[in-house]
Design a protein around this ligand. Sequence first.
Ligand code: FES
Ligand code: FES
Length: 156
Amino acid sequence: MAFTINVNGTAHSVDVDGDTPLLWVLRDVLGMTGTKFGCGMALCGACTVHIDGTATRSCITSVDSIGDSKVTTIEAIGATPAGAKIQQAWLEHEVPQCGYCQSGQIMSASALLASNAHPTEADIDDAMSGNICRCGTYMRIREAIKLAAQTNGKAG
Ligand code: FES
Ligand code: FES
């Protein structure tokens, strides 16, 4: 069945079963391989994308549930204000190790910063707790999010 989904500002028509996870539509149909497969069960966060700005696990999001919502992936997050700040902070703190989890980490961090310009430590923990990093880059992730938030100016 054909579905039209909006990914990174472009409408794509895809011919797949309605229960196909968005993750596989992105990777296998649209060739956007920046979004990663880890667990397939919403447990690791590697597959995180934004749907209408909300961090969402694409491995458990069926294509027929998306409708007119706007999907944003790691390929385009740098074009958003929060995503650009997060990516710059990631570079400055040299966050990635193997890199596999990092697109999901950046997507969760960007969603946090877009909705909360000055997250507390607890806010960061809460937003990032579902993103697993086998390399243990958690401390650098935390510092990078704080650095990105500093570029939002002082909390009012
Ligand atoms: S692959 Fe989706 S949460 Fe792990
Ligand atoms: S950088 Fe290797 S799993 Fe996170």
